[in-house]
Write a protein that binds this ligand. Sequence first.
Ligand code: FES
Ligand code: FES
Length: 182
Amino acid sequence: MPRRKPRATKGRRPTKTRARRPAVQVVRNAHPITLTVNGKRQERRVEPRLLLVDLLRDHLKLKGVHVGCDTSQCGACTVIVGGHAVKSCTMFAVQAEGADILTIEGLGTPGRMHPLQVAFKENLGLQCGYCTPGVVLAAAALLREHPSPSEEEVRVAISGNLCRCTGYRDIVRSVLSAAGRT
Ligand code: FES
Ligand code: FES
């Protein structure tokens, strides 16, 4: 088969090679922060604008911290900071200086699940699972303060967490069934 003639390049400008992005990005105005995440001390230098959710997901590789809206509406990014449920997309990493943080990765292990995780499994409290880490942590923060909450208190505690699958009934049932077991 005859080989094609190369296309004429006369008069055309040679293609420039694009400059590559540096593999390591320069962190401007970096602030040193120290915090404890899932029982482990962490020290990092971060930009003041870095969100806590991005510190957890991108720097510490805790991908169980989900991002749904990034605008404080869905609750997928909920973690426990100093005992309280917090939407980590609403907080800067530098604001977590010195804090004790719990993400879903620190709640239980596959071999030894937390009672809430067991209850969600038994009561079909999840379907796609996208909202689940945030809902479970919001519930965990509630049960720490109120070990035997009413259904109303459970519904209020998880009211900042949106679920597109379950219709909430089985989530509430799961939390109530875990009450007293945590
Ligand atoms: S991602 Fe934080 S509230 Fe939706
Ligand atoms: S289980 Fe799918 S969004 Fe809640």
